[in-house]
Design a protein around this ligand. Structure first.
Ligand code: CTP
Ligand code: CA
Length: 223
């Protein structure tokens, strides 16, 4: 866009957005990850920038390009994503869209693990990753607006509201990620906006439209 004279309600505001999956290495050639294209998180970063925010996008490994209007930081593991997020506080807005792997391996990853012989079950010892949203939601330098997503396959509103409370978020954007929904990797999303004041159900929208609506909602709340 050469000429962009739209209002900039988020001018002077600093935003952090996480996007994509994290990769937790098992060994040099294998990893644990959630499914995530990064489309929704990247679109939110762009939508916030279009409203004038100074956006840092912290992304796990994705196949899509870095957006032009934002500063993108590439990370791999959840602990790296957490460090990058914390190093960008204080901020006014945090939107945690990344599909962070819930676990990482406890074992050393220096050498490729060879297959064991004959029908031996393979065991991996896992430990829980830090919950980046929860840490940001309870941080001394907590941003004014903290937003998380909730990827659910059932009881979407109930589970989303539990996450709102547990993680200290202002809004949880809950979506149905069951295989039938087509959300994973797809271009559309049907979300529920869960806040302290209630739940708003948005229609099936393109991920860019979800991003623009969410950025507008953030602008409304921050002013
Ligand atoms: N999240 C995070 N760090 C983690 C796990 C999740 O920041 N280690 C964030 C996600 O970016 C998202 C929100 O928390 O904004 C909810 O993620 P989700 O996977 O739905 O929730 P979990 O708390 O991990 O619960 P579960 O996967 O068991 O449903
Ligand atoms: Ca999770």
């Amino acid at each position: 866009r050469v000429l962009d004279d739209r209002p900039k309600p988020l001018a002077g505001k600093k935003a952090i957005v996480t996007s994509g999956p994290t990769y937790e290495p098992i060994d040099p050639v294998r990893y644990i990850a959630n499914r995530s294209s990064g489309k929704q998180g990247h679109a939110i970063a762009v939508a916030l920038a279009e409203l004038g925010a100074n956006v840092t996008l912290i992304s796990g490994p994705v196949a899509i390009d870095d957006p032009q209007q934002v500063a993108t930081i590439h990370v791999e593991r959840a602990e790296e994503m957490l460090d990058a997020v914390l190093s960008h506080l204080p901020a006014d807005i945090a939107v945690m869209v990344a599909a962070v792997a819930d676990w990482r391996t406890t074992t050393s990853v220096d050498q490729k693990i060879k297959k064991q012989s004959m029908n031996q079950p393979m065991a991996l010892q896992l430990t829980e990753n830090p919950d980046i949203l929860k840490i940001v939601g309870h941080h001394a330098n907590r941003p004014n607006i903290v937003i998380g997503f909730a990827a659910e396959t059932q009881d979407i509103e109930k589970n989303g509201r539990l996450k709102l409370e547990r993680k200290g978020a202002d809004i949880i954007v809950a979506n149905d990620v069951s295989t039938a929904s087509g959300v994973m990797g797809g271009d559309r999303n049907r979300v529920k906006i869960i806040s302290r004041t209630g739940t708003d159900i948005w229609p099936d929208l393109d991920k860019h439209e979800v991003a623009r609506n969410l950025a507008a909602l953030i602008a409304e709340k921050i002013s």
